[in-house]
Structures are given as C-alpha cells and as structure tokens.
Design a protein around this ligand. Structure first.
Ligand code: PCP
Length: 395
C-alpha cells in the first residue's frame, strides 16, 4: 500500500489467496446461504477434470498441483490427485476434494486458476519441447504476463519441459539456474555492438556462455562475422531476434549464417533464434537452429479448460452420485497402464485392464501426507512421457 492506502500493485497477497478472499462473489453468497439454511455441513466429493482441450491438442500436461495443495492445506478437506506432470486426455479426473462444500467453495476460483494457468503453460511448453526434438528451448516469456505470477509461470514452463527459463529469481524460487543472452538495449546504450559484446565478455561471470545479439544495427551476417572477429574462441553463439520488418525468410537468413560460419572455420558456433517463435516457425528452423528463445507463444498459451464439479453428495448416510447436466456423476479413480493409456472407474469399481492407482491422497484433513516431488523430478517425469507420444500436429 502507498501512503494513501492505495495498492501499489493490483495483485493478491499470498495471505488473501490462502484465506479464500480471492474468489468469485457468488461463492461468498453461496456459503452465506448454506450457513443460514443449515446446509453448511453437507459433505461432497468435488471432481476436478480436464473438461476441454484446445483444437488440435490430444493431451495436456497436468500442472499446478503443488500450489493448489498449498491453498487447500490446513482446511478440513481430503484431497486426492494425479501426480503433477501427468499427460492426460480430455475428460480425465485429475483431482478429487472431499469435505463440506462450505469448507471448499471459497477456494474453487483460486484452485482452478492455479491449475488452469499452470496446465495451459506446461502443455504448450511440452508441445514446443517435443517439436524442438534435440534442440534446446529456453522460456523467454515473462514480459508477456504480470510480474506477480512470474515464478509460477517459469515453474510451469520448466515442468512442461523447456530446458531453461530466463527469470533471474528462478534460482531462489525454483532452484533452477536462469539462462539469458543480452538485450538490444545493451548494444544501443554502447552505440557500438562490438564494444557491447566485449564489455559483456569482460564483465559477466565466466560460466555464462558468450551468446551475442547480431541483429541490432547491421545485417545478421555482417554482425556475426564481427562477433567472431571480436570474441574469437570466447564466442559461444549468436542470437538472431530479427525484427519483423526485416524478417523475410528467416530460414534463409539462418542458412546463410550457418554456412558463413562454416566457411569461416567456425562450424561449432551455436545459433539461437528468438522473437515470435511458435510451433510452426520452430518446425521450419529446427534442423538449423541450436536453441530457441520462446516467449509469448508459451506464456500466453491457448487455455486448457479445467472444471470443478460436485459428483457425489453424502446424504442419508451414503454417498450418492449426482452431477449437473453434461458431467459424469460419481467419484472416480484412475488406473494407469502406460502414458496416455489409463482406465477411469467409479470409486469402488474394480479396474479390468490397468491396475496402478494414480489418483492418490495428498491431503488428509488438510494435512500433507506425501512429499512434494520438486520441479526437476516433475520435469523429468514429463520428458519421459513425451518420449512415448508422437509429435503433435503443429498449430
Ligand atoms: C524479445 C526478447 C524476448 C524474446 C524476443 C521472446 O526480443 O528477447 O525474450 O519473444 P516472443 O515473446 O515473441 O517469443 P526483443 O523484444 O527485441 O527484446 P530484447 O531487445 O530485450 O531482446
């Protein structure tokens, strides 16, 4: 708050989120009605499921579980979930929350928000990573979104499978080393690209690869040769972020750079391309480019729709299946055979084909009953699944 008591930034505090203040007003009214009419002790089983995939998507990477659990921790609720990072198809139950509806309704907005954002970003990152094959992908998309959610955005992209993220804070928040190159601003302030590159090499800690931007003032090939001349064996790579006004045929530009470097005796200089990279442009360049800097197309990913619906109510001493139209009543279990090959059954139904029960308890009475796996383990899990699925159709 500033001195006048106005918010400096229009962001919710962690406390407000965890206390259920960041919610839709109709949930506040609902809870008030239930309490007034003596229905606040009605127990329900609330199912969270992937309700709709974007056109052309066959699967989504389920992400956001850790933050969702941290919102629900301490509430008198039992929560079951698939592991974070599981590839799922449309309609798959990913979480089940059991308790009184009055105790969970204020958190529906926040839990869905966390799950939908993380799943949408992780899914897009996984698609891009799969399409990049053995090429590196670095997430450069923080500037596309509000900085308040930057840690969760980097986390989701990393879980989805990108090789690195650019957020300076990510070492502290995620325990992953951030990766970046240099902005055009550095070169513009020096007024001389070669001086700026040399200053980068002089000042930046030795472990950081010397990847220089080669499109600021001159043609990419001219600047690439200047960079080779200026940094010689210190040069690790060149980044092309060619402005759209000059972009033309990006593939031919990269081919020319690759060929020229080879002709000059520098076949191992890496080529990094960023700026507007999406699934289709990545496919056009992946045989020539060593690393992609992808921002907006991951950060502002097409939404994966996730819904939360009551599927059972405890009445007259028994759990009774009930759901709104369009939803499948009854609490469900998920038994895994292999990647994207699983069986969904009713809660007490015996599976017939797959037997690995993967919808497991995470919170009991609001208390965590298993350890969070950590972002590196989740990412490895996603990568191992991606190895078993075909390349998505680029959209
Ligand atoms: C952009 C900046 C972003 C890259 C491209 C991602 O270049 O490097 O990280 O772009 P995308 O969101 O379209 O995928 P500039 O806007 O030129 O910024 P800078 O000069 O700081 O590199």
């Amino acid at each position: 708050m500033d001195s006048m008591g106005s918010p400096r930034l229009y962001i919710a505090s962690e406390e407000d989120i965890i206390n259920g203040k960041i919610t839709d007003v109709y949930f506040v009214r609902t809870r008030k009605i239930l309490e007034a009419k003596g229905l606040d002790k009605v127990r329900v089983r609330m199912e969270v499921h992937v309700s709709d995939l974007p056109r052309g998507y066959d699967w989504a990477v389920y992400a956001g579980l850790e933050e969702a659990l941290r919102i629900l921790e301490g509430k008198p609720l039992d929560v079951y979930s698939l592991p974070e990072g599981t590839l799922v198809r449309s309609g798959t139950p990913v979480m089940l929350i059991e308790g009184t509806y009055a105790d969970m309704c204020l958190y529906e907005t926040a839990v869905l928000g966390v799950l939908r954002q993380a799943t949408s970003i992780a899914t897009k990152a996984a698609r891009i990573k799969k399409l990049a094959r053995d090429r590196k992908v670095v997430f450069f998309g923080l500037r596309a979104l509000h900085p308040a959610i930057a840690p969760s955005v980097d986390r989701a992209a990393f879980i989805g499978g990108v090789d690195a993220v650019s957020g300076y804070f990510s070492q502290e928040y995620l325990g992953v080393t951030p990766v970046g190159t240099m902005p055009h601003a550095l070169i513009v302030v020096f007024g001389d690209n070669v001086e700026a590159w040399k200053a980068f090499n002089d000042v930046v800690e030795p472990g950081v690869p010397r990847i220089v931007l080669v499109d600021t003032f001159n043609d990419e090939r001219v600047e690439t040769l200047q960079a080779v001349e200026a940094l010689k064996d210190k040069l690790y790579g060149v980044r092309l972020d060619t402005p759209r006004s000059r972009r033309g045929n990006m593939r031919e530009i990269v081919e020319e750079i690759r060929w020229t470097l080879k002709a000059m005796g520098y076949p191992n200089i890496k080529i990094v391309v960023s700026g507007g990279i999406n699934e289709k442009s990545l496919i056009e360049l992946r045989d020539l480019v060593d690393m992609f800097g992808v921002g907006t197309s991951i950060a502002v990913a097409t939404p994966v729709d996730i819904s939360m619906d009551i599927v059972e109510v405890f009445r007259d001493g028994v759990w009774k299946p009930i759901a709104k139209r369009g939803k499948m009543p009854g609490a469900k279990k998920v038994y895994m055979c292999d990647v994207l090959d699983y069986e969904v059954t009713l809660w007490d139904e015996k599976p017939t084909r797959c037997y690995d029960d993967v919808l497991v308890k995470w919170l009991e009475g609001g208390r965590l009953v298993r350890d969070y796996p950590g972002v590196n383990n989740i990412r490895n899990y996603v990568i191992s699944q991606l190895e078993k699925v075909p390349e998505p159709q680029a959209i």
